[in-house]
Ligand binder design. Structure first.
Ligand code: SAM
Ligand code: SF4
Ligand code: SF4
Length: 377
């Protein structure tokens, strides 16, 4: 039977967090800063560790089989618990929440959670940016309800346009046409512009770069932005190898060989994608170069796992048990103090350190990291 990666829980640090209030000196210009002066602005919430796909780079079939010990329902944070934590994060600076997983649309009544999160307000009385990342398989059924509940945007993951390649990538024989229909349903429901994320694995789906670019620049009237993601060494089960990473520079060169590109300025400092515009005005693409061009210096994201562990980095091997605090009766001030202390102590910059080890370095050795499907991408 497959072994589930059980994250360590750092109760010690929570126990030493101040009981009330937020430690002085942590705030600058109204922003809570970590050890590298990075503010906390984005929260990713994983709402399930289950998925109906078995993408080999994320949940390889051999590991995530029928015997895999997924979390029992009682271990998941309830919608009320998620919303309460989110509200505390908002008071610490979070302005953008993204729901993810596993496949977030598999979580029953997800619209109810979206409704609760959409009702949250910043201290200035503003609504949050609320988005969701999905494999798109259930969007035709759910897009309208998601929009009605208050979701603003979706990102759809799609790793190829050729049906055979895509079926191999998702490894459950799921047809590409249904994901394309999901993208259209999202646009029709008003969830655009839609970002489409393609993870590129050299030798597996890199022949799909140009077909994807051609398709998404031609259709949808500029309402779809295609983004290419470097295959990352996240988790411990995907057998990552550097020679399977296609560097973003090469992605850009290949696209530009058919469609000339010019660089665009980032929308915000913490934007993960580098943007490129088609020179002929047919929209833009993005590249996310987590491996070859680390962006830790601007990383403002915290991640809340399905069972209420807080992760300060995608590559962390240790979470912080917020569910224990919640269920142990902590009030909002105590939660806020604990979260602020954790963020202030954050020094993570895994990708930059990996880059310093050199381009041929493998994924780092022990300690074992949590899986992307558990922590949320
Ligand atoms: N199931 C949803 C989906 O696929 O969109 C949401 C969760 S998934 C873990 C979030 C994102 O992580 C997806 O865009 C997926 O392609 C990306 N991802 C997963 N494993 C990855 C890896 N090893 N390298 C790069 N991206 C990865
Ligand atoms: Fe599922 Fe998304 Fe992971 Fe693919 S990338 S296995 S769709 S969680
Ligand atoms: Fe942020 Fe960690 Fe990724 Fe660096 S490696 S960008 S700190 S999540």
């Amino acid at each position: 039977m497959a072994e589930r990666v059980i994250p360590l829980i750092d109760q010690r640090r929570l126990a030493t967090a101040p009981a009330v209030g937020v430690a002085a000196g942590a705030w600058e210009g109204g922003l809570l800063l970590d050890r590298h002066a990075r503010p906390l602005t984005d929260l990713r919430i994983s709402v399930t560790d289950r998925c109906n796909f078995r993408c080999s780079y994320c949940m390889p079939k051999e590991v995530f089989d029928k015997d895999y010990p997924y979390l029992p329902h009682s271990a998941l944070l309830s919608f009320e618990e998620i919303t309460r934590l989110a509200s505390v994060f908002v008071h610490l600076g979070v302005r953008k929440i993204r729901l993810t997983g596993g496949e977030p649309l598999l979580r029953k009544h997800i619209e109810a959670l979206i409704g609760q999160l959409a009702a949250l307000r910043t201290p200035e009385g503003e609504a949050l940016e609320l988005a969701l990342t999905t494999n798109g398989s259930l969007l035709t059924r759910k897009a309208a309800a998601l929009k009605a509940a208050g979701l603003q945007r979706v990102t759809v993951s799609l790793d190829g346009l050729d049906d055979a390649v895509f079926r191999r990538m998702n490894d459950v024989d799921f047809p590409v046409a249904q994901v394309l229909a999901g993208i259209e349903a999202a646009l029709a429901a008003g969830l655009g512009p839609v970002k489409v994320n393609m993870v590129v694995k050299r030798g597996t789906n890199d022949d799909q770069l140009l077909p994807m670019a051609r398709h998404f620049r031609q259709h949808y009237g500029g309402q779809v932005v295609l983004r290419f993601i470097e295959y990352m060494d996240v988790g411990a089960t995907n057998g990552w190898r550097m020679d399977e990473v296609l560097p973003s520079a090469e992605v850009v060169a290949r696209i530009a060989s058919e469609f000339p590109l010019r660089p665009l300025e980032p929308h915000t400092a913490s934007e993960t994608a580098q943007r490129w515009a088609y020179a002929d005005g047919a929209g833009e693409i993005g590249v996310i170069s987590s491996v070859t061009r680390a962006f830790c210096h601007d990383c403002s994201r915290a991640r809340l796992s399905t069972e209420g562990q807080l992760y300060l980095c995608l590559f962390a091997h240790q979470g912080h048990d917020l569910k224990g605090l919640l269920r142990g009766g902590a009030d909002d001030a105590q939660l806020r103090a604990a979260l602020a202390a954790l963020w202030q102590g954050r020094g993570d910059r895994y990708s930059e350190l990996r880059a310093q080890r050199g381009p041929d370095a493998g994924a780092s050795a022990a300690p074992r990291r949590v899986e992307m499907s558990y922590i949320g991408g």
